[in-house]
Design a protein around this ligand. Sequence first.
Ligand code: C2E
Ligand code: CA
Ligand code: CA
Length: 803
Amino acid sequence: MHTTSATVTESALATEAELSDLVEPPSNDLRGRLRAMQVQAVLMLTPMVVAANVVGVATLCLTFRNDVPLPALVAWALALAGGVGLGVRAWWRLRRGHAPTHASPRATTHATRHAALMGLLWALPLPLMSSVATPAQFLILTSITVGIMCAGSAALAPIRNATTAFLALMSAGALAAVLQLSADAVAPMAMLLVVYVAVVLAGAQSWSRLFKARVVAELRAEGQREVIGLLLHDFEQHAADVLWEIDNEGHLRKVSRRMARLLGRTESALEGRSLLELLQRRQRKLRESVAAEGEVALRRLAHHLQDRTPFSHIELPVSIARRTIWWSLTAKPVEGGSGWRGVVSNVTAAREAQHHVWQLAHFDAVTDLSNRHRFRIELDNALESVRQSGEQCAVLCLDLDGFKTVNDALGHDTGDQLLRVVGQRLQAARREGDVVARLGGDEFGLIVRDVSGPDEVALVAGRMLYALSKPCEIGGVTVPLGASLGIALAPRDGQAADVLLKHADLALYAAKAAGRGQFSFYTQSMGARVVKRLDVERALREAIPGKQLQLLFQPQLRLSDGEIIAFEALLRWNHPELGEVPPQDFIPVAEEAGMIHDIGRWVLHQACKEARAWPEAVRVAVNLSPLQVMARDLRADVAHALATSGLPPQRLEIEITESVLMADSHSTLSKLHALRELGVRIALDDFGTGYSSLAYLRRFPFDQLKIDRSFVSEIVDRPDARAIVRATIDMARALRMDTLAEGVEDPSAIELLHEQRCGVVQGYLVARPMPGSEVLAFLQDRAGKPLPAHADSLRGEPGLWAA
Ligand code: C2E
Ligand code: CA
Ligand code: CA
């Protein structure tokens, strides 16, 4: 069944060869629509076919009325009328609007059968009529036969099988009629018939092929139109681009809803309006900085419209609802010269991103100051005017003191806020026209233009340092600020940007070395010293393997009974060439270079090992860098040092600084608690410097508070220092912490501290830091020496305690 219908479909339709001009074979849907068109094309000719049939039948009936029996003639005429009637009925239904868009294969089979029926009806009387015809009658018969064959084939041509069936039956009838002729006429007539039929058949088939090809192409085009329509609709709905059209005068036409929405108006309000005028009006409220660009773009657009040249991606700003929106316009003249068609898209996001990238490339994201890149450009400009006008300019390099500690301890957010404050203060303190930039990290740069000489630059530098000297409040925490500054002058210290920056940097190192909060001018001798600092880092890597590190121990004395209860381990680096490097010079380098962990581990092990040989009542105190405290393996390191040395945990005291606590981080506190669980004591070092606040003391229960030397040294001469020390001691006692006064050099300080019930003292007055090998001898020597209660009698003899 399936096979049959498939065969019918194949035969009723064009073969692949016939549709060879089509790119792809027609789909089933297309075949159905093609069949419907074929049937309809045939039916369209029905009135003509009826006329031809009526005239043909009538003429033959009249011509042969006396030679063929009347009933036979009438029966034939009626049969043909019936056949034609079938066609008329179908035609009528088509006229009434019953025109199916699809037709099944049955429809064309039906048409073929009908054609065969008509061919048969026409063929039947031909032999009879031919046998009785006079030459005149034969002429009429031949004419009508040939006419009907041609007309019928032409009418049926869209359906190839119908034509073939019709023509085959009719030519069979005609051949039978020819055979009725005299012998000498048969051959030429038969020949003629065959040739005619062949020509008609070929013509009809070629027509059928063309018809199908045209119909299929039309149907395909229709499909494509639908798809294009859908795509356009979708494009209009969703794409970023909006279609627009203007006439030759530049007036908008066929304004789409999206175009209207883009301009914030209704379609009807925009129809017929001048596009250029609309854009111009939208540019009136633009910021000055973009307005200029808008004007240029609008002029470009106007030029293109005037010259009728296509343009693409003209970006112009417009103001819509007080926002600056960027449009990109692309268009070309419509062929044939009637206006323009184009697209407009909103490229604001892209423009903003582009601007953002530019900002990123030139400005520092944290402080909004110029970045190093832009600083270089500004410096080059400044140096150019130095060369041209002979003026002087200065480059200042500024570095924050202790920024790394704040950043590590309080986190990057606080660090960033601090940098912002610094940026704002520097901006506020600069002179008009001077450039402030963040060069990276905690390093800032300044270009001071057109200065009279070093004195004027010194004034600016002083103002900058003063602006940064006041502490700053961030999230309830008072963070001390401070900076060092290096200065290089152009043209005196160099004329190229690189050279000046390098020299300002060298001056900065010198300023730092001279103590914080200072500025230095570049001098030629500075280069060598900085090379030294870089050498330090390289040399420090050799310190542990080269056994260049050493610990000194400084005793801590309990005031109540004069007993030495502990020694603080203080690190020394004895470099074969650099000599003895003080910890302030190499510990920051070790921290920056990440070597502090190895060095810290060495100190722990060495301190524990040496203390193991001391009397059981004497502890050892070890300083830890904040970076060590924050490291993951601190507890393991301490436990390992205790285990390998065999030192009981309670004989080890860890000294940390407040900066560790500034970050209210859970992990730092839990690390300290974990240490405490090991059984070691924890002391808070340098209390009173920088951040000193009760909040930190509450955060962790320290065993001991070490009052910084800066207070202790002033306790004798300054009542305010004395008040601070007293308050600190009271506070510590309330929190159940021991107190230790650092840097005691003056015997009268001991008396005051004793009065204020300070627990322990440490300082040159008791003893300078000593090698481990001298500790035992020192302790033996100390036994039985006078107690601090008698300190009064020691005034003016600082050497006695240390002796
Ligand atoms: P610190 O912890 O405050 O150590 C006390 C410093 O004051 C020591 O300096 C000590 O020699 C000095 N000092 C003691 N008594 C007096 C006195 O009466 N007058 C004066 N003017 N100074 C006195 P030092 O040994 O140069 O250490 C400086 C800093 O280096 C230490 O300050 C500490 O913060 C750090 N440091 C030392 N050793 C280590 C260590 O092993 N690891 C770490 N991370 N830091 C260490
Ligand atoms: Ca210390
Ligand atoms: Ca200290």
